[in-house]
Design a protein around this ligand. Sequence first.
Ligand SMILES: Cc1cc2nc3c(=O)[nH]c(=O)nc-3n(C[C@H](O)[C@H](O)[C@H](O)COP(=O)(O)O)c2cc1C
Length: 407
Amino acid sequence: MSFRAALNIADLHRIAKKRLPRVAYEFLAGGVEDDVTLANNRAVFERIRFRPRTLVNVAARSQQVDIFGRTFNCPFGIAPTGAAGLYGFAADIALARAARDAGIPFVLSTASFEPLEKVAREAAGGALWFQLYMSKDRDAAKALVLRALEAGYEALVMTSDVVVQANREYNTRNGFTIPFRMNLSNMIDGALHPRWLCDVFLRTLFDSGVPRFRNLDTNTGGRIIAKPIEEFRTQRETLNWDDVRWLREIWPRKLYVKGVLRADDAQHAADSGADGIFISNHGGRQLDGAISPIEALPEIRAAAGRRLTLMVDSGFRRGSDIVKALALGADMVFVGRATLYGIAAGGEPGAAHAINILRTEIHRVMALLGCSSIRELTPDILACPDLALTPDAPAGEAISGRRVRAI
Ligand SMILES: Cc1cc2nc3c(=O)[nH]c(=O)nc-3n(C[C@H](O)[C@H](O)[C@H](O)COP(=O)(O)O)c2cc1C
């Protein structure tokens, strides 16, 4: 099946599953331990229902959003995903270009195979943000941050929820470890997926050699089959809010903390000088049993008021999911796997197709809700008995300018 025939993100997921070797597919689609959080990230949307308005003229509807004076064509962006080059040739560049062409932001992961400067060059003109896996070594962290600044990245997204490696048992079973080790079953698996082997793996090898985490340790080049990378990934246990304050001093543009799930931590982010947060459980890939960002959102919006811009990610697969988060007070939603499934199914055009599916779904859902603008998506259009919603409580003004309701 061609990606062009995919009617929704689940179709793209199915195509991606067929095309990828198991080791790559499970790293992409998997969660952590018993996948409790992964499943809840999807299930939570079913507990939220719509209360549509009817007989409203919605002919001139728009899904544009303004975040800090920048207008995006859709209320969602692409979340940072490390090792994306496993799923498509030069996947980060493809994702960044697809995002640019759609008029939405793209967040490049520290753990990309592409140098951040190259992505900035190849996707020039797009809204590029850089995600930071912060080393406890501040010199190394500063060098990376300054590279992102120099290359023109508009925002820095500091990931806070990877203090230690998650217990992703499928990675251990499949031999997907960092440093990466080839084993017989991986080789057979690769050979059984000839399209991926030629279009992704061998093409990458011939184009730029063994994949490396080029934004990590500048001394080693962060080869994925080299040892030093492990140190970078595991030495984050001491990170704390002082590090955010320190980043605030050296990074003059927008600063977001990613991985917040509590109102008190949102307050800490604001107190530390962050402009916003990503309410995220890392797509259910870190702490199994963690709540869904959707469950945290009402409490955080109420506490944050106008102090923070709220991004939300984890589990979004439908335009209607995105609409629900916006109605709960999110300023913008980010997707990780949805566009990666697009990349795996069809490269850059596949990612563009994924974006288009979500955009079209949002457009249709807004019409069916009787809403013409994102501003009209308020808790009032939702019914969700087990989330704390009080539609007409005193309102606060989000930094982005969108009227939000305190709950
Ligand atoms: C394959 C993969 C790699 C990821 N790598 C990173 C990363 O390098 N940095 C980061 O902050 N988040 C990373 N994430 C988490 C995403 O940024 C995002 O929080 C998550 O994918 C959202 O959930 P969703 O995939 O259900 O949309 C990764 C997610 C996936 C699926």
